[in-house]
Write a protein that binds this ligand. Structure first.
Ligand code: F7E
Length: 339
């Protein structure tokens, strides 16, 4: 049987790399694309040992003709649209670029599918950030969106267009609303890996302290490697449906810090309040975390918690990796990579 062909946009990101590996193991021919400037950021593909196993294509999500060219060169069975300006914090400083890539980029791909390849199945990487200042305590596929950043607004645009193209043109187009998902392949600009790398640098005496923003924000964190498998499952259902993928548990950034410290056997204590809250080493009273006002976002998502009833029913999935296990995996691999 001929191999299935999949396109993963944003292949050198955390999810792109895990998904590429997963699809290669399922005997897909994987075309992975990224913007030209991401050429040098293939460390994740290398770490997973697949940098030479995928076909790499440079692709600007801002250029319709670039996407069009790819659709004329390959007959894709499945397209996973993971390309985005994905850092919420940066979206406040580059809102137009975020809207163009994270939002309009989705529409460009959908237009290529509609006009050139209507049998191609399409997965859109939607995000729990769309729930924003949450309108329901626990969020599911029907919870209304209340985006709090240019990133979240752009994701909501992509989400609704995916739904619209499914209804209007009968495309097999679905959105996975993924809550925060982390791994050793997470970028250091995101808070989980920033904390782990920061603490290890403190232990190695390469750094005195790290600075964080809002440590009271709460997130529903899961393991990226598990989550990307659900993307594939969504495209391999009989009926196209959207799904929330989450752990169903919520923890603060402070909880994450405490768990990392525990894993690194650092005895620590918090003191002070608000902007003056600090984390100290118990043995010598050295400050290892300070709060920096500049790292607060102009508007914040304070709390999210996902409901995965639908994923349990149709995808037959529930998360295996708990919060504690996730921190353990991330810390362990970070230490091993230092060796
Ligand atoms: O922030 C707070 C920050 O940047 C988490 C992306 O994958 O998940 C991710 O978005 C929280 C926020 O992820 C720092 O204010 C405090 O409340 O790790 P993050 P995110 O914004 O939740 C969603 C689902 C996506 O779709 C996104 O693409 O941590 N926080 N201090 C900090 N955050 C960062 N980055 N750095 C700090 O120093």
């Amino acid at each position: 049987m001929a191999k299935k062909i999949a396109l993963i946009t944003g292949v050198s990101g955390q999810d792109g790399a895990y998904l590429a590996k997963f699809l290669l193991n399922k005997n897909y021919k994987v075309i992975g694309s990224d913007r030209r400037s991401a050429r040098n950021s293939q460390w994740r593909l290398k770490r997973l040992g697949i940098d030479n196993k995928i076909i790499y294509e440079e692709l600007e999500m801002g250029e319709l003709f670039d996407i069009d060219r790819l659709f004329k060169n390959y007959k894709f069975d499945e397209v996973y649209n993971l390309a985005a300006q994905s850092f919420v914090g940066s979206s406040f400083y580059s809102p137009l670029n975020t809207a163009n890539i994270t939002g309009l980029g989705v529409l460009r791909v959908l237009e290529c599918i509609r006009t050139l390849s209507p049998k191609t199945k399409f997965y859109q990487a939607s995000s729990s950030e769309m729930f924003g200042d949450v309108l329901e305590k626990i969020q599911n596929e029907n919870t209304p969106f209340n985006p709090q950043s240019p990133y979240a607004a752009a994701k909501a645009f992509g989400h609704f267009l995916t739904l619209n193209y499914r209804k209007s043109y009968k495309l097999f187009a679905v959105s996975g609303i993924l809550f925060n998902h982390e791994s050793p392949l997470r970028g250091e600009e995101f808070v989980t890996r920033k904390i782990i790398v920061g603490f290890i640098n403190i232990l190695k005496k390469k750094k005195a302290f790290i600075e964080l923003g809002n440590i009271n924000a709460k997130r529903d964190w899961g393991y990226a490697k598990e989550y990307v498998e659900q993307m594939w499952k969504m495209l391999n259902q009989k009926i196209p449906r959207d799904f929330v993928i989450a752990s169903g548990k919520t923890y603060s950034i402070k909880d994450f810090v405490n768990e990392v410290a525990k894993n690194l056997k650092m005895k620590v204590k918090w003191k002070g309040n608000g902007f003056n809250e600090k984390l100290y080493m118990k043995n010598n009273n050295k400050i290892i975390i300070k709060i920096n006002k500049k790292l607060f976002r102009p508007s914040e998502v304070n709390y999210v918690k996902g409901n995965i009833t639908k994923a349990k029913k149709y995808l037959n999935w529930k998360p295996k990796v708990t919060f504690k296990k996730l921190v353990e995996i991330m810390v362990k691999e970070e230490l091993e990579n230092l060796k």
